[in-house]
Design a protein. Sequence first.
Length: 181
Amino acid sequence: MSRPAPDQPRPQSPQVAGKLIALDVGLSRIGVATCDPLRLSVRPLLTLTRASRRQDFARLAALVTEQEAVAVICGLPLNMDGSDSDQTRSVRKWAMRLAHALRALLGRPFPIIFWDERLSTYAAQQLLEGDEPRRGESSGEDAVAAAVILRSYLDSQNTGDRVDFGRIDLPPKTDTETLAQ
C-alpha cells in the first residue's frame, strides 16, 4: 500500500460502515431519516414533535439504538452564501448537548456529523408536491427534508467530495465524570 507524499493531502480514514440517522432540526419539530447499512437507499423515518430537551434526546437515543445507527448526520442551516447564521450556531449548540446526552444514555460517545441543509426543505416540498399522504404514513415534510440531507451527504461521500462542515466526536467518559454523576 502506497502512502501519500508529505506535501499531498492525506485521504480521510474510511468511515465505519453501518446505518446513519439524519436530523432536520427545527424549533417545533425534528425530521428523522435513515439509510440501509450499505448506505445505498435513504428513507424518511418520522417527524418528532419537540417536547423538552430531555425527552427529545431520550427519543433520539432510542431511535439510534432501534435503528442500530453508527452516526448522526445533523443538518446545518447555513446562510445562502455558506456563512453561519444565528440558527446555525443554535443547531451546533443543540447538537453538542445531544452528543453529551447520547454519550450518557448510550454509555459511549456517538459521532455527530454536520451537513449543509440549504434548500433541503424546498427540495422536500418539491418531492411531496402532488403526493397525497399514504394511509398510515406520517413522516411529513421534515422527515423528507432529513432524507434529502442524508442523500446529499451520502452522494458526497460516494463521489469523494470531502467537504467538511464539522463534527462532534466526544471522548469516552472518564472515571471522574462517571463518579460525579
